[in-house]
Write a protein that binds this ligand. Structure first.
Ligand code: F6R
Length: 241
């Protein structure tokens, strides 16, 4: 295991460091495959990456991306969808080719087929060079919720009440929060060459502590990262506890 932990003063510094690491990957391998997350944590890093692009520091024209997850039943045009989030926060603001960006299709009628084809797509890209992860208050990564076993491949999940509550801030009320999502599996995540786990704020402290220092258990899905050979954790002081 090789886990490097970078502790930052606050969210702004965490965002800058995260963007620096992603930019470094793109500079090292201009045709790299980036695995990307949505949610609040990466918003600042995406903003900083856009700025680096605008300053001529990075070129995304050969970069490919695969996102971790998408809500079931959400069309790309729905402002709450992760497709929409990625376009708003990053893709439409940089020179990445739309055909090089990928997210699971939450509207697929045949869900298991969509999961299989997403898995095949990731395999066809070769490997994920750098995968950015956030962490849920309950220790989830992607939407791999605490459970009795680690789900290996891309699959459909029932979101826990915890996650639905945490995500309701993006919706006008809790009843609108989707209860199902498609997510990369733990196996898919663990195949990434390098994993960059970002955590900000005191609400993540407990989950991060369990993930980094607790037993490896599917009850804390992020704890599996202890077994990955190349993880970088970027956490602000509040999240590091
Ligand atoms: C999002 C994802 C989730 C989030 C996690 C933290 O694509 O896969 O695992 O990273 O729920 O979300 P935030 O950053 O909103 O606290």
């Amino acid at each position: 295991m090789r886990m490097r932990i970078l502790i930052t003063k606050d969210y702004e510094e965490l965002s800058a460091k995260t963007a620096d690491l992603i930019a470094a990957q793109v500079l090292l391998r201009p045709d790299c495959v980036l695995g990307l997350a949505t949610g609040s944590t990466p918003v600042g890093a995406y903003r900083d990456l856009v700025e680096k692009y605008e300053n001529g520091e990075i070129d995304f024209s050969d970069v490919k991306t695969v996102n971790l997850d998408e809500y079931c039943g959400m069309r790309d045009s729905d402002p709450q969808s992760y497709h929409y989030f990625m376009n708003e926060n990053l893709f439409s603001r940089i020179n990445i080719r739309p055909e090089n960006t990928h997210l699971p299709d939450g509207t697929a009628s045949d869900v298991s087929r969509e999961c299989e084809s997403y898995e095949k797509l990731i395999a066809s890209l070769g490997r994920i060079d750098l995968l950015l992860l956030g962490i849920g208050n309950n220790g989830h990564i992607g939407f791999n919720e605490p459970s009795e076993g680690f789900a290996v491949k891309t699959h459909c999940v029932d979101l826990t009440d915890d996650t639905v509550r945490a995500n309701k801030r993006f919706f006008s009320n809790e009843s609108e929060v989707p209860r199902k999502a498609l997510t990369m599996g733990i196996g898919t995540i663990m195949m990434a060459e390098t994993i960059l786990l970002a955590a900000s704020g005191a609400s993540k402290a407990e989950a991060l502590k369990k993930a980094l220092r607790g037993p490896v258990t599917p009850e804390v899905p992020a704890s599996i990262l202890q077994l990955h050979p190349n993880v970088i954790v970027v956490a602000d002081e509040a999240a590091f506890g």
